[in-house]
Design a protein around this ligand. Structure first.
Ligand code: FES
Length: 174
């Protein structure tokens, strides 16, 4: 895996007037989450989930808003958000493809399959197509080793994949 450098110090954060972390979200976190923990920091993951669920990704402005709400440094919230692959800090495609890269799937042809999908969509893992339709990701074991290789497209698991049958799935979504 390559290290991707980030120009955090000089990065321009896109902002809008309306907050991403709304009053309703804050009220929900205050009522349902904060009372369960001794420290506000424990609500970081629920707050990130709340924002991603609403917008499909977590804008940097929202990271700052979560930090302010939980009385944390923005870098602490950023650390948490970047640790988990499930959080997206940039808009993602309408269809999120997770290709399993763990052992059973690898043995059953995942590396070639991933290369073929990548070539068809003209993106590398971690990227989104220009039309915003597909984001390609790799995942660890998706829990369906007996039907390897497998991939998730949003919530749908596709099993016993060959390039031909997965290409048909992709074409049906175009
Ligand atoms: S290794 Fe791919 S589903 Fe388990």
């Amino acid at each position: 895996m390559a290290w991707i450098t980030k120009n955090s110090a000089t990065m321009e954060i896109e902002r809008r007037d309306e907050p991403y972390l709304t009053d309703a979200m804050k009220a929900k976190l205050t009522a349902d989450v904060l009372p369960r923990f001794p420290r506000k920091q424990a609500a970081t993951l629920p707050a990130l989930h709340e924002v991603q669920h609403a917008y499909d990704y977590i804008p940097h402005q929202a990271l700052e808003e979560i930090a302010a709400f939980l009385e944390l440094e923005p870098s602490v919230v950023m650390d948490t958000a970047t640790f988990y692959e499930e959080f997206f800090l940039r808009p993602r495609g309408k269809y999120l493809i997770w290709v399993c890269q763990s052992l059973s799937c690898e043995i059953m042809g995942q590396p070639t399959l991933l290369e073929q999908i990548s070539a068809k969509l003209d993106i590398e893992p971690g990227e989104t197509t220009d039309d915003g339709k597909f984001t390609l990701m790799t995942a660890e074991c998706l829990g369906s080793c007996g039907t390897a290789p497998v991939a998730l497209v949003n919530e749908d698991l596709h099993e016993n994949l060959t390039y031909d049958n997965f290409e048909r799935v992709l074409d049906s979504l175009k």
